[in-house]
Design a protein around this ligand. Structure first.
Ligand code: ATP
Ligand code: MG
Length: 870
């Protein structure tokens, strides 16, 4: 059975049992501060469990792209070393939202594995939660009983809180679970040690394949558990592990999910998989990581220096490093695997094909730049090694290499050990720990529990139509961080405040009680489906009703920028071509920023065409045509553009201005004329194949024009109100050039005269032709003068002192034979004399210069110079 078939049959099995098949949510999470990446199938349904939102259907099934590289679930260091943990993997799942519970979940799981997929029952073990005194929870006797009805008792194993109580993170929905494990060892191995003893013992051939979670609780900030409004089922089966079992192989990497990638890696790197452990680990790391990175980029997360982008960059760098060290790859090669990956996965995940070009380009550029870092790091490491005492490199040095230059520590360790040098690993760890604590202290946020004033499942957003309305507070909580200090997050029963999203900043404003008590809202954000308002203080009477007022001016400017962003998107596709896709957007009240895929710099002519296009739409005065709550398919059929990596619900909102039509949740102007004018202020590169345009509209554009015309007026005034200022400036430039030439030739003539005068002043001192004189000329002229004199004369010792732009400059020239004969050194002379002008300098034995800040010392310098030839 191919992996494609396995995925299909899983979904079909639950579809036959009245489950609705839903698509995978994007792997990159954008609106949950507690989670960067989807780490389990249940993430996208979290709000259903908490009762904050009504589910689309009571039974759902899907295959979810997961990434476990940060936070509570982090498998990164295992990946490649073992054969069954991945960074990115697919989690097959079936869900019940307050519908069926343990009985059906257990029965269907068993039926699917043993009847549909015909897995040998003797190789399966199941676990159940044994209870936990910490949480005051008893053992899950219900699950035990249900299992006992279908599985022999010796195959049912009690499990601890660690393995059998599933939690998404430190807070959130959770509950006891039952796992299904499989033993795929050979008969002999199984005879020697019973599988039962190896369950949950990290044995690579006795692994968990499916976890059935019975969601009943919500873990609160203080660690306590609270009952959820209803009981739910959340199951997760590792797709790649299931493929391993059904395809009769002993490693996930031997399934058809990975073999095409591995063959490709072997071909590109000229290595063989399955011969030597070190090579094998490297091959697995690369085959695994390219998937994670490619899917993250396709989901819209580019590698970067912070947050989720940094995690992606680190995964890719781990792969590059393994290729570099163990497969001897000194040139980019991982990007070449994307083609194979796309061929293999595009049926289930079409984004990997449509975004292929971008993914390839981004990976290639990352590889190039990191390989350069590695090269530089190797050079630096060489210098560190040559300076090292007692064949030992300190932790601090290694940390500097790691922290400042991005050079991986394990590579440092490897190179050092190859050269017979020791590394203070402990010292390194200490430095690393210190750095971690510094950044944790800077970013740590403590979040209190919600204080719920009124149960209210859905907080309605009314801000498309109203900028003020009456609201009541339904819940609030305190948050504090080093960065922002103490603050409150407040949720209303309905709100006119737009929460940050789709690139648009959150609204600001205030709420006011009937007796005039005001609390300012300084930002608004979405957290899952709650609209959270940030306030520095709470109103005195929390339970009262309030007038909620959005800052109209900011909203007006932000809306203009958002509508302009749509027109810009349309213009770019018209002017540059259909390959242009939105890759990021930032809509502020004073400017907008738009990132898009395009493979070369946008020329000034193209930029002009784009700007003109947008301004033409503004002048056409196109009215806003908005459709809310229309089915996704209808909107797409009508021609609306959807974005990759964006999670759309079943119903969407479409925004149309003339021929521009996009799915969008943001706020917009009523008519393009309200944008007033659109000006591009910048164009730059963000990453390989991604360009950025910055622009302004409305008030910012007006301010721009005003300041331009102010500057112009000033220029005219300075030019004495010349009729044609440009002509006047050109004339001035020409005049300036002529004058410069005249000054140059005058200076040359003066230097010539000066040379004559100076030659006359030469004195015979101790066999040297000596001169110390003050010549206040440009340094380069002084130098020429000294060399000029030296050309024709032997045994010359010249010291010139000059005052130039408020500083003192010394120039010393000594004929070579004189310098040798008398062991004179011009460098030493200027250093010595430099002290008198409060400065220093140096050079060669026959020519040196010095500078200092005290021109007052020049007479002394001239006097003292003589001493060197005496
Ligand atoms: P394990 O103990 O093997 O790490 P887990 O307890 O972390 O598994 P769950 O969080 O219960 O796993 O996830 C549900 C299922 O997802 C697991 O039964 C397993 O089949 C699969 N799975 C979990 N982590 C990974 C991973 N890193 N790579 C591939 N599959 C995984
Ligand atoms: Mg795990």
């Amino acid at each position: 059975m191919t992996s494609q078939e396995i995925r299909k049959r899983f979904l079909a099995f639950f579809e036959e049992r009245q489950h609705t098949i839903v698509p995978s949510a994007p792997m990159v999470i954008k609106d949950d501060p507690t989670l960067m990446f989807t780490n389990a199938g249940m993430n996208q349904f979290k709000e259903y469990f908490l009762g904050n939102r009504k589910p689309v259907a009571l039974r759902v099934t899907d295959s979810q792209k997961c990434l476990r590289v940060s936070g509570k679930h982090n498998d990164l260091e295992e990946v490649g070393k073992d054969t069954y943990h991945h960074t990115m993997f697919e989690m097959l799942g079936n869900w019940s939202f307050g519908d069926y519970f343990k009985k059906e979940a257990i029965a269907w799981a068993w039926e699917l594995l043993t009847e549909e997929f015909k897995i040998d029952k003797d190789r399966l073990y199941v676990t159940y939660f044994e209870g936990s005194s910490d949480d005051g929870l008893r053992e899950d006797a219900e699950a035990y009983k249900l299992w006992a009805g279908i599985v022999p008792e010796e195959r049912i194993i009690p499990g601890s809180k660690k393995d059998n109580f599933w939690e998404m993170g430190d807070q959130g929905p959770c509950g006891p679970c039952s796992e299904i494990h499989i033993d795929i060892r050979t008969e002999e191995e199984r005879d020697r040690i019973p599988g039962r003893e190896l369950v949950n013992k990290d044995h690579p051939q006795v692994v968990e394949i499916w976890n059935l979670v019975f969601m009943e609780f919500n873990r609160k900030a203080d660690g306590s558990l609270e009952k959820l409004p209803a009981k739910h089922v959340d199951t997760g089966m590792g797709f790649e592990r299931l493929c391993m079992v059904l395809q009769g192989v002993r490693s996930n990497y031997d399934t058809d999910v990975f073999t095409p990638l591995i063959r490709e890696i072997e071909a590109i790197t000229n290595s063989r998989y399955g011969k030597e452990e070190k090579t094998d680990i490297a091959v697995r790391v690369i085959a695994d990581h390219v998937r994670a990175v490619a899917f993250a980029i396709a989901d819209g997360q580019l590698p970067s220096n912070t947050g989720a982008g940094y995690v992606i960059r680190r995964i890719l760098r781990r792969a590059i490093r393994y290729g570099f060290t163990f497969l001897n790859q000194k040139e980019p090669f991982i990007y070449k695997l994307v083609d194979t990956l796309s061929n293999q996965m595009h049926q289930a995940f079409p984004e990997i094909k449509s975004q292929k070009n971008l993914v390839v380009n981004v990976i290639k550029e990352e590889e190039q730049s990191f390989l350069k870092t590695l090269d530089q790091g190797l050079v630096l490491l060489e210098t560190i090694i040559s300076a090292a005492k007692d064949n030992h490199v300190s932790g601090a040095k290694a940390f500097e290499l790691y922290d400042t230059y991005g050079f991986p520590i394990d590579l440092t360790a490897l190179i050092l050990s190859e050269k017979g040098y020791g590394l203070d690993q402990e010292g390194f760890e200490k430095e690393l720990q210190k750095q971690k604590e510094r950044s944790r202290a800077a970013t740590s946020v403590t979040t209190g529990d919600w204080v719920v004033l009124a149960e209210d499942a859905e907080e309605e957003f009314v801000g498309y139509d109203m900028l003020d309305t009456r609201v009541k507070i339904t819940r609030y909580r305190a948050v504090s961080s080093k960065k922002d200090g103490e603050m409150y997050q407040v949720v209303f029963n309905l709100t006119p405040f737009y929460p940050e999203g789709g690139g648009q900043v959150g609204d600001k404003g205030y709420i006011e009680s009937a007796d005039g008590d005001v609390a300012y809202i300084i930002d608004t954000k979405k957290e899952n489906n709650l609209i959270v308002h940030f306030a520095k203080s709470l109103p005195r009477n929390i339970e009262g009703s309030f007038k909620a007022v959005v800052d109209k001016n900011q909203r007006r400017r932000t809306s203009a920028n958002h509508s302009a962003t749509h027109l810009l998107h349309q213009a770019l596709r018209k002017v540059l071509g259909d390959h242009v896709e939105q890759k990021g957007s930032m809509v502020h009240n004073d400017h907008l920023r738009f990132d898009f895929s395009h493979f070369s710099k946008v020329s000034p002519e193209e930029l002009q065409a784009v700007e003109d296009f947008v301004n033409a739409r503004i002048r056409e005065q196109l009215p806003l045509e908005e459709k809310r709550n229309i089915p996704y398919h209808q909107a797409i059929e009508e021609g609306a553009m959807a974005l990759f990596g964006e999670k759309y619900g079943d119903t969407v909102r479409s925004i149309r201005f003339g021929e521009s039509m996009e799915l969008c949740g943001g706020t917009h102007v009523q008519n393009t004329a309200d944008i007033w004018h659109f000006i591009i202020t910048g164009e730059s590169a963000v990453a390989a194949g991604i360009r950025r345009i910055e622009a302004i509209t409305l008030d910012a554009a007006k301010e721009y024009f005003t300041s331009q015309s102010d500057t112009f007026r000033e220029v005219k005034t300075v030019l004495k109100n010349a009729k044609d200022p440009v002509k006047a400036i050109v004339a001035l430039q020409e005049e300036n050039n002529t004058l410069k030439k005249q000054v140059d030739s005058l200076l040359k003539a003066k230097a010539k005269n000066l040379k004559g005068e100076l030659m006359a002043k030469l004195e015979e001192v101790n066999g040297a032709r000596f001169l110390a004189a003050r010549v206040d000329l440009d340094p380069s002229v002084v130098k020429d003068l000294a060399f000029d004199m030296g050309k024709g004369l032997k045994n010359l010792f010249v010291l010139f002192a000059a005052e130039h732009e408020g500083k003192a400059l010394l120039t010393c020239y000594i004929s070579k034979e004189l310098a040798e004969e008398k062991s004179l050194n011009a460098g030493q002379v200027v250093r010595e004399l430099g002290k008198l002008i409060q400065g220093g300098g140096g050079g060669q034995a026959f020519f040196a210069t010095a500078g200092g800040k005290n021109p007052g010392g020049i007479p002394q310098v001239l006097e003292k110079a003589r001493e060197f030839v005496k």
